[in-house]
Design a protein around this ligand. Structure first.
Ligand code: 5GP
Length: 115
């Protein structure tokens, strides 16, 4: 694997299976293998950006697309009104897979502050 490639690249390339719920030319969304809510989907760009703090100006429209797509996925999954988006940036923030991803969580009450 190239340095920027993670298991999410393998999911994009259908080299390992995933329960895919949405795909377009720029991004892919699939159910988290270890769900933390009744709905727990990971939305990833097909471009393997390691983390949010590594985006460049040229990625702005891609990020906008991800934020525009997340509520569409929540709605498609029956959670139009209440969902939480989480981006863990860096190991100390809980990031374990270094391919940018938005967690889309819904279907239960969430507390604040998050743990
Ligand atoms: P992070 O901790 O980096 O913010 O989130 C990574 C997420 O990827 C975790 O919630 C973890 O459960 C999920 N994950 C790790 N490996 C796999 C996998 O092989 N398939 C799927 N669908 N999710 C995975």
């Amino acid at each position: 694997m190239a340095p920027t490639e993670t298991l999410f690249t393998k999911i994009i390339n259908r080299e390992i299976p995933a329960d895919i719920v949405y795909e377009d030319e720029l991004c892919l969304a699939f159910r988290d293998i270890n769900p933390q809510a009744p709905l727990h989907v990971l939305l990833i760009p097909k471009t393997p950006i390691a983390k949010l703090s590594e985006i460049s100006d040229s990625d702005q429209s891609l990020l906008g697309h991800l934020l525009r797509t997340a509520p569409k996925i929540a709605e498609q999954q029956g959670h139009a009104n209440a969902f939480r988006l989480v981006v863990n940036n860096g190991e100390d923030a809980g990031q374990t897979v270094f391919h940018l991803h938005l967690h889309i969580l819904a279907g239960r009450n969430f507390t604040w502050p998050p743990g």
